[in-house]
Every structure is written in structure tokens, then in C-alpha cells.
Design a protein around this ligand. Structure first.
Ligand code: TXA
Ligand code: MG
Length: 338
């Protein structure tokens, strides 16, 4: 399925039958916009890279930003991430609610790497909205959900806003009326001490500090850049990458696209195609798994054939460029998680 194909978007009042249908659509890899107490989210099965790739295509995001995994309760969240004492305290106080916690991802975290943008951390939220709660209970899996707007637009607080941006690009909108808060969740990074405020939102800083019994660190006051795209813990292969290759060198593995064979491709120690049929959405879904497989091939370097820049190609190229950049110090662990 191409990211540019237009599909008929259904809009349903969020009653029990519509929520059951939405859960089936999500379970089958579809895209469903749904209300939360903050803003409307655009949901996809967070464990399914093909569904998450379609989600990025629908939003027309130029980069694979990490997504928040929405779960029904704290117990489900703790199956995905490791909670510090501070994280436990914030979850107990504010969930369900407008708070997102960033914690280390568990080694067996079911959320796919594309949804986490290859980070060793995961953003988790338990929304309070009744429709979101019923939907998550019915799906029984984590749901990746960025705000349901096209990239660069403001977050939607009504089903009309969602349709204005995403009609023709998603399967279904559950209409639960205007969202009560109209402001995104507050994001707190609990991977260090003290926890760090990454985004102001529906829950005020003072409330969080009161619950913690001390001040939050500011994103800006830390040595770590706040933009997730810049984090050193993004997955990058240990093997060197060469981009836009016209010819494969001896000892290299080849990552290609659309069946393309650069010169001397036959000498590659291993060849993987992101999408033999040239589908950029499928390519995005395969990106992390293919990089890992080629990283394990013991090659001199991974040669990467040119990948078109249209649609999700822009985000794929952005990700590859970051993975290819020389690393000054920290080499991420081979399997990302932990
Ligand atoms: O209220 C909300 O949070 C809404 C509703 C739908 O839940 N969702 C939302 O998602 O605002 P989104 O994708 O528009 O914003 C999520 C933010 C992004 O800025 C992303 O970079 C950050 O969360 N984020 C996600 N995972 C992260 C991680 N592991 N570390 C740091 N930041 C992360
Ligand atoms: Mg957003």
C-alpha cells in the first residue's frame, strides 16, 4: 500500500459498536483517530512496523520522531518500560491522565523500533478519556498515537480538525466531541535523576514537582540535547554506512531499494532490499530490521543504494544520514533495547 493512495475515511460517533470496530481496524494494521483528554491521537498498532510506517506516511512526517505508546493502565506500561521510584510515583499520582513518562525500554519491549525511532527509551501514556480507555482495553496492545494532524499543523481537538488534515489518509475517526484539555500531555523524562521536563502540557510543572517532592530538571539545562532526533542512544549500526552508492566495494553488504542493483552488486556479502516493489511505506517498515540484519553480517561496511526523497523517503534518508554520521564517543549497544 502506498502512502499516497487515498482511502475512504469513515467517521463514527464513538459508541460501543464504533469502538469495537475501531479496535478491529487497529488490530488489522489500520489507522484510527480517537479522542483523548488532551487532543485527538492518530492510532496504529505499536507492535506492527507496517502499521506504524503507514501512520508516518499519513502524517507526512519528514522524520521518524519517536511516538508515545498509549496503554490501558500502569500494569501494561510496566510491561514495556522500567520504572524508577520517581516514575512509579508520577504514574501513581497522574495516571490515567495528561502525563507522558519517558523511561528505559525493557529488553522484551513489544513496541517496534520504528515507533521508538530506534531509541533505547520509550514514551508511555495512560489516557483518561473514556473512549480512549475503552479502545485500548478492546485492542489489548499498545497503540502508537501522535497528535492526529499533518506534520507541522496544530494538534486537533475535534473530529472536524482531524478530517480537515487526514481525510483520505486514514481508515476511521471516532468522534467523541471536543477534547476536554485541548493541550498535549506534559512529557517527563524519568531516565535520570532528577526527572527532566521535556514538554509542558496538560499537567503543570508545579503539580509534578509537588508529587516528586523536588524540582524537575529543565530539558535545556541538561547536557543531552532535547530533540529526540539528536539523542546519542538512537540505534546506529556498528558497521560503517556508505550512502547513495553507485558501486559496491569488496567486503561490503548492500542495502537496496526497488530491486536496484548498483555496479558490482554481485560481490556484496549480503543483499537486502527495503522494498523490492519500490514501496516507500514498506521500506520504512523494514528499515530497522534490515539495518540490524546487515550489521550482523560481518561486512566491511554497509553500502546503501540511493533511496528516493519523496514521501517517506525523506524520513528514511534522514534516518540513514544520522546513522552514517561519524560517532565521536558513545557506541550504542548492538540490540538497542535495555
Ligand atoms: O497529548 C498527547 O501527548 C498526544 C495524545 C494523542 O496522546 N500525543 C502527542 O504525540 O502529542 P506527538 O507525537 O504529537 O508528540 C509526542 C512527543 C514528540 O515530541 C516526541 O519527540 C516525544 O513525544 N517523544 C516520544 N518518545 C520519546 C522518547 N523516547 N524520548 C523523548 N521524547 C519522546
Ligand atoms: Mg504533535
Amino acid at each position: 500500500m502506498s502512502g499516497t493512495t487515498r482511502i475512504a475515511t469513515q467517521r463514527l460517533a464513538a459508541d460501543a459498536a464504533a469502538i469495537a470496530k475501531a479496535a478491529r481496524v487497529l488490530g488489522a494494521g489500520g489507522l484510527v483517530a480517537f479522542p483523548t483528554e488532551t487532543v485527538y491521537g492518530l492510532g496504529a498498532d505499536a507492535t506492527d512496523p507496517a502499521a506504524v510506517a503507514r501512520l508516518f506516511a499519513a502524517k507526512a512526517r519528514p522524520k521518524f520522531n519517536p511516538l508515545i505508546a498509549h496503554v490501558v493502565d500502569a500494569a501494561a506500561a510496566k510491561r514495556l518500560g522500567t520504572f524508577s521510584t520517581a516514575a512509579e510515583r508520577l504514574a501513581a499520582k497522574f495516571w490515567p491522565g495528561a502525563l507522558t513518562l519517558v523511561v528505559p525500554a525493557r529488553g522484551d519491549c513489544a513496541v517496534c523500533e520504528l515507533a521508538r525511532a530506534g531509541l533505547a527509551t520509550i514514551a508511555l501514556r495512560v489516557p483518561a478519556h473514556a473512549v480512549a480507555q475503552e479502545l485500548l482495553a478492546a485492542v489489548g496492545k499498545p497503540v502508537a498515537a501522535p497528535s492526529a494532524n499533518r506534520s507541522g499543523h496544530v494538534s486537533p481537538t475535534t473530529a472536524e480538525h482531524v478530517l480537515a488534515d487526514l481525510s483520505g489518509a486514514i481508515d476511521l475517526v471516532l468522534d467523541g466531541g471536543p477534547t476536554p484539555l485541548g493541550l498535549e500531555s506534559t512529557i517527563v523524562d524519568c531516565t535520570g535523576e532528577p526527572p527532566r521536563l521535556l514538554r509542558l502540557g496538560g499537567i503543570a510543572r508545579a503539580e509534578i514537582e509537588r508529587a516528586l517532592g523536588g524540582p524537575l530538571a529543565d530539558a535545556s539545562s541538561s547536557a543531552t540535547p532535547a530533540a529526540p532526533g539528536m539523542l546519542a542512544s538512537h540505534y546506529a549500526p556498528r558497521t560503517r554506512l556508505r550512502l547513495d552508492v553507485a558501486e559496491v566495494r569488496p567486503g561490503e553488504a548492500l542495502l537496496t531499494f526497488g530491486g536496484a542493483r548498483p555496479k558490482s552488486a554481485e560481490r556484496a556479502v549480503r543483499v537486502l532490499d527495503l522494498s523490492a516493489k519500490g514501496d516507500l511505506v514498506q521500506a520504512a517498515a523494514n528499515l530497522y530490521a534490515h539495518l540490524r540484519a546487515l550489521d550482523a553480517a560481518g561486512a566491511e561496511a554497509i553500502a546503501i543504494a540511493p533511496i528516493p526523497h519523496e514521501g517517506l523517503g525523506e524520513a528514511i534518508n534522514d534516518r540513514l544520514k544520522r546513522a552514517a554520521a561519524p560517532r565521536s564517543r558513545e557506541i550504542p549497544p548492538p540490540l538497542g533495547g535495555g
